[in-house]
Design a protein around this ligand. Structure first.
Ligand code: C5P
Length: 223
C-alpha cells in the first residue's frame, strides 16, 4: 500500500505533496515506479486525498503503461492522520494478500532493493520488518521545557524508513487497537511483537520540506 493522502503543508506547494512534480513527474509517480518494479507485489492500494482520486488513477495508469505492469492498483480516499490512511488502505486489500508493505509516497526514490529486502525478511518469518539506517547525529531526549533528560547510546539507534513490511494479520491486529503512531511498526511494538530492522538506504529520504525536494532532484539527476 502507498499512503499519499497527506496535505504537504510543510512543502508549501499549494497541492497535496504526492502530486508535487519532481523532474516533471509527481512524487507519487516516482514512488509507484519503485513499488511496481518489485516482482513480488500482487496488488497496490493507493491511499490519496478524496479530491485527487481520478488524478491518482491517471498517474498509476501512466506508470503501469511505462513499466508494462498489469498489477492491479486500487485507489481509496485517506483519513485525517497518516494512521487513518493506513487503516483505510488495509480495508481495501484483496483476500489473497498475506504480506503487507506500507510505503510513504513521500519516500519517492526508495530503491527496489529496499522493497526486496523487507519482503524477503517477512517471507523468512519475521512478523514486522522496517528498513533503517545508522544515525550520524547524537540524539537527545528532552523534557517539555527543552532540558535534556537523556542521551541514548548512538550505536543502538536507527532512523527508520518505509516500506515497512508486516504479516497481514499482525498489522490488522495492531490497527484494531489503535492507528495512532508516526509509523506502523510502532503500533506492532505495542502488541509486544518483535520488529526486525534491515538495511535501509539514504535514497529512501522522506520529502517533507522544499530543501528535501531539492535533495531528491539532485539524487535523481545523479542516479
Ligand atoms: O506527513 P508525513 O510526511 O509524515 O506523511 C508521510 C506519508 O503519509 C506521506 O506519503 C503522506 O502522503 C501520508 N499521509 C497520508 N494521510 C495523512 C497524512 C499523511 O496518507 N492523513
Amino acid at each position: 500500500m502507498v499512503v499519499a493522502a497527506g496535505s504537504g503543508s510543510r512543502l508549501g506547494a499549494g497541492l497535496p505533496k504526492a502530486f508535487v512534480p519532481l523532474a516533471g513527474v509527481p512524487l507519487l509517480g516516482h514512488a509507484l515506479r519503485g513499488v511496481l518494479s518489485c516482482a513480488t507485489v500482487v496488488q497496490v492500494v493507493l491511499v490519496v486525498p478524496d479530491t485527487h482520486r481520478e488524478q491518482a488513477a491517471a498517474v498509476a495508469d501512466g506508470v503501469c503503461r511505462e513499466l508494462g505492469s498489469v498489477t492491479p492498483v486500487t485507489v481509496v480516499p485517506g483519513g485525517v492522520e497518516r494512521g487513518d490512511s493506513v487503516a483505510a488502505g488495509l480495508r481495501a486489500l484483496g483476500d489473497e494478500v498475506d504480506i503487507v508493505l506500507v510505503h510513504d509516497a513521500a519516500r519517492c526514490l526508495t530503491p527496489v532493493a529496499v522493497f526486496d529486502r523487507v519482503v524477503a525478511a517477512v517471507a523468512a518469518g519475521a512478523v514486522a520488518v522496517v528498513p533503517g539506517t545508522a544515525v550520524v547525529d547524537t540524539i537527545k531526549q528532552v523534557d517539555a521545557d527543552g532540558f535534556v533528560v537523556g542521551t541514548p547510546e548512538r550505536s543502538a539507534l536507527r532512523a527508520v524508513q518505509t516500506p515497512q513490511g508486516f504479516r497481514r494479520d499482525v498489522l490488522e491486529r495492531a490497527h484494531a487497537v489503535s492507528s495512532e503512531a508516526t509509523d506502523d511498526a510502532g503500533l506492532v511494538e505495542r502488541l509486544g511483537e518483535r520488529v526486525l530492522v534491515v538495511e535501509g538506504d539514504p535514497r529512501a529520504l522522506k520529502v517533507t520540506t522544499p530543501s528535501d525536494l531539492e535533495a531528491a532532484a539532485r539524487l535523481l539527476a545523479t542516479s
